[in-house]
Design a protein around this ligand. Structure first.
Ligand code: FCB
Length: 465
């Protein structure tokens, strides 16, 4: 194999999200978010686990930033907790919350690490959900106000502002299948949420441009790599339909300024989309500096003829309610292994394919892999080490897949491992570990897994070990 070397300006980073690592759920004036409510509702998360303490990053942040530095990282992607900054989702800032992120950003800059801040990684203030949540238009307006508050305070000390993380999950898992907070199962509401997230992105983008003109502007999407089981017209159409719901429902308004006609037609039985007001799609299409791409695995679909029980292995959790609004005739098939502990198939070629699709469709838009990584059942050796060979192999193959896309022309500027630390993996609680640094939840001790040592070799040399 020829050696893979990355260009000198390529950015190596790692990512976390507020609710997954911070803990300190009720400290210093933080208000409750939908994830506090959801995780505290019996039966919602594995083992009833919550983010109350998580990796205690709210108190250990300075040590955690030292870990980033020791890893040789050039960037850190974190998210700002909306209910820490605006406890009820509107009104004046909670000074202690803003100060926390201000200190974090200053320390990153001292360490020479670029702050990459996501405004929304799923922790909607509960008061806003009580007023209707993302299906309500007002939530998008509140989001723009929140953006003004935090961007006004941190400005272009933050290198890259990301409006939303994976709005697909917020809308469909939150409001259609209910496997994420707030756990509603209302298909029409899920589509309204899709739109108000797109609108929120556009409104916040303007705020970011105004208040932090020197910062980079981005959004992070979990675009699906969808493969039809066969080339039959039925299976091909199933793939088209899922592509519309998963990918083009966001790429359309955000990058082309219009919803795809097939998406509107496919979902006409659920909603008439009258929540889209004149000018909204233009607002959503704020020009971006970089598109964040999260990638873990692929999706395999076929047309379902109704004759046998429908399989629904879409990798997004189990629910009696489908996340896929208007796609009742689509089956999601299990895919051949190997799989990660999430049950997700390992398919690095899917990442190359996705990057090249984006390069083809949006040739002038730089790309950044804002999440990629894997959960495995880590074992601590008697000497305390974690020999996570499968994670190292997963990362190595996906970094190589990135290089392959770049060699074929894709403009990829950086790569962030998910995740820096083991953390609260949403509905799966603490059972699924994604960190390259292990967290002992009894003592909060951090230990580098082999993957962290491996990543350091990559980040400090630019050569794929
Ligand atoms: C993504 C989320 C992130 C993490 C990974 C495993 O969907 O953005 O918070 O949970 O999956």
């Amino acid at each position: 194999m020829t050696e893979i070397v990355f260009p000198p300006g390529f950015v190596w980073g790692s990512a976390t999200a507020a609710y997954q690592v911070e803990g300190a759920a009720t400290e210093d004036g933080r208000g409750p978010s939908i994830w506090d409510t959801y995780s505290h509702t019996p039966g919602r998360t594995l083992g009833g686990e919550t983010g109350d303490v998580a990796a205690d990053h709210y108190h250990r942040w300075a040590d955690d930033l030292d870990q980033l530095s020791a890893l040789g990282l050039g960037a850190y992607r974190f998210s700002v907790s909306w209910p820490r900054v605006q406890p009820g989702g509107s009104g004046p800032a909670n000074r202690a919350g803003v100060d926390f992120y201000s200190r974090l950003v200053d320390r990153l800059l001292e360490l020479g690490i670029r702050p990459v801040a996501t405004l929304y990684h799923w922790d909607l203030p509960q008061e806003l959900e009580d007023a209707g949540g993302w299906p309500a238009r007002d939530t998008a307006l509140r989001f723009a106000d929140y953006a003004a508050t935090i961007v006004g305070a941190l400005g272009d000390r933050v290198h890259t502002w990301t409006t939303l993380n994976e709005p697909w999950c917020s809308a469909y898992l939150g409001y259609a299948s209910g496997v994420h907070a707030p756990g509603r199962t209302e298909p029409a509401a899920a589509l309204a949420a899709v739109h108000h997230l797109n609108l929120a992105h556009g409104l916040a983008s303007r705020v970011i441009r105004d208040l932090a003109p020197a910062a980079q502007l981005s959004v992070t999407l979990n675009l699906h790599v969808i493969r039809p089981a066969t080339e039959s017209p039925g299976d091909t159409d199933a793939a088209r339909r899922i592509d519309a719901l998963a990918n083009r429902a966001f790429l359309g308004p955000m990058l082309d300024g219009v919803y795809p006609a097939d998406l509107l037609a496919d979902t006409a039985g659920t909603t008439d989309w009258s929540f889209v007001h004149d000018g909204d799609e233009r607002t959503a299409a704020a020009p971006l500096d970089v598109l964040g791409v999260n990638y873990y695995s692929t999706t395999l679909v076929r047309a379902w003829d109704g004759s046998s029980p429908r399989s629904s292995a879409d990798g997004h959790g189990r629910s009696a309610h489908s996340a896929w609004v208007g796609a009742d005739r689509v089956e999601f098939l299990s895919q051949p292994g190997p799989h990660t502990a999430m049950g997700w198939n390992i398919e690095p070629a899917g990442l190359t394919e996705l990057l090249l699709r984006l390069h083809r469709e949006y040739p002038d838009l730089p790309l950044m892999i804002t999440e990629n990584g894997a959960a495995f059942d880590d074992v601590v050796s008697p000497d305390g080490a974690v020999h996570d060979d499968r994670r190292v192999d997963y990362l190595r193959r996906h970094v190589a897949a990135t290089a392959e896309a770049m060699a074929a022309g894709a403009d990829v500027r950086g790569y962030f491992v998910w995740s820096l630390l083991d953390n609260f993996e949403w509905a799966y609680g603490y059972e699924r570990r994604f960190g390259i640094i292990r967290v002992d939840y009894q003592t909060q001790e951090r230990t580098w897994k082999d993957s962290a040592h491996w990543y350091r070799r990559l980040t400090t040399t630019g050569h794929l070990p």
